[in-house]
Design a protein around this ligand. Structure first.
Ligand code: ZN
Length: 401
């Protein structure tokens, strides 16, 4: 799958070329009760694996999915009354019973219809200047004005629409659910206002997610350059750029913030308290320690002085001596919220890499996912269309015995 890899040199690692801005969750933020109320509660329903999806070639992938269901059902039996019985197979709405992932270029109309039908998205639109100015306005500064504003979306037909869908489908295929996505909006570039209310463009932001709103910018094909293996003396191995894979991962990362919203709603807002303790974020502002070091775990448990030689600074993310290795520079630089989203994205796209680099993160996700899913939208994995049509028949000199 992965093309040739490049090694990021210790001295010359470039900063992430793409970051996301997450409007709902900032480092250390606790969602207020009123925010939580905005997160729709997905009704409990019976959740039976359907016989007919063993034919999508996804048998292996469905194993963890099935075990989540089992865990979840066990939890339900213990913790609360079973939900009212529903007819077998009615969990996934009729249109979700079977679908093929799109491939190649698709039209905007096809994209809109697909995400609405299969992921419950209510609205997809290309943003306007007035809308972006309103959205960029912050408390305590004058209304935002943007000069030189331009409209953007991927066009009337594009392979990028397919890649966005892949980013969502990749999560559905691993988790059997996707977070609530209410709106998808396209803007050319993100703006942050200065003190006078003038919008300042930030071309490093590829997408953002907050309270069900997925916002996609032209820079969405950038990458946080996540590691694709464990660190070595040469640094962290990273993949060469690949537009469709990078767009899909940007979207999966954003949905990682959506998983955080579902997680907070399902765990009484304690998810980040637990995440930080599990993976080594300590203090306020948080400092990341190598939770793989017994001395760090002991100091946390005994509330004694933490050993400073085990602090993971941004410039150490690719250090081979770390026992627990963050998945990217951005996972450190962006604090616990971005670490969470980056870890989720790697759990989805490259689980064995997360397990090898960051066992504490992997185990945290694995052990909580069944609970988080209770506030996500159950979504059966899509089928992948098998190749059809004529296969070339060798002839003449090229014929093989
Ligand atoms: Zn993010």
């Amino acid at each position: 799958m992965h093309e040739q890899t490049t090694i990021s040199q210790s001295a010359s690692v470039t900063p992430s070329s793409q970051v996301c801005s997450n409007n709902a969750l900032h480092v250390g933020d606790i969602i207020s009760a009123s925010e939580v109320d905005k997160i729709p509660h997905i009704p409990e329903v019976s959740f039976m694996p359907r016989k007919n999806y063993s034919d999508d070639g996804g048998t292996l992938r469905l194993k963890p999915f099935a075990s989540f269901i089992q865990q979840r059902n066990n939890t339900l039996l213990i913790q609360r009354q079973a939900a009212p019985a529903t007819a077998p197979g009615s969990l996934f709405s009729a249109n979700q019973k079977s679908r093929f992932r799109p491939t190649g270029n698709i039209t905007r109309k096809e994209f809109d219809a697909y995400v609405m039908l299969n992921f419950g998205v209510v609205d997809v639109h290309t943003g306007t200047q007035q809308e972006q100015e309103l959205r960029s306005t912050r408390r305590g500064i004058p209304p935002v004005t943007i000069t030189g504003w331009q409209s953007w979306d991927p066009g009337s037909a594009s392979g990028d629409y397919t890649s966005i869908i892949d980013g969502i489908e990749n999560m559905a295929s691993v988790m059997g659910a996707v977070p609530t996505i209410t709106n998808i909006t396209f803007f050319k570039v993100a703006y942050e206002p200065d003190a006078t209310g003038a919008g300042i463009p930030d071309t490093s932001i590829g997408a953002s997610f907050g309270a069900g709103n997925l916002t996609i910018f032209e820079a969405f094909s950038g990458s946080t350059n996540p590691a694709i293996g464990i660190n070595t003396q040469q640094g962290a191995p990273i993949a060469s750029p690949d537009r469709s894979r990078d767009v899909a991962r940007t979207i999966t990362h954003e949905l990682g913030h959506g998983v955080a919203e579902a997680a907070m709603a399902s765990q009484n807002n304690q998810t980040f308290v637990q995440f930080k303790a599990a993976v080594g974020w300590v203090g306020n502002p948080e400092v990341l320690y190598d939770i793989g070091q017994p001395a760090v775990r002991a100091a946390i448990a005994n509330q004694t002085q933490l050993p400073s030689q085990h602090i993971i600074t941004t410039s150490r993310w690719f250090d081979p001596t770390l026992n627990e290795q963050p998945v990217s520079r951005y996972a450190v630089d962006g604090g616990p919220s971005e670490d969470f989203a980056e870890s989720i994205a790697t759990f989805i796209t490259n689980p064995s890499v997360l397990q090898q680099r960051s066992p504490a993160r992997y185990n945290f996700i694995q052990s909580n996912i069944a609970t988080w899913r209770t506030r996500m939208r159950p979504t059966m994995p899509a089928r992948i269309r098998p190749p059809v049509g004529d296969f070339p028949i060798p002839s003449g000199d090229t014929r093989m015995a």
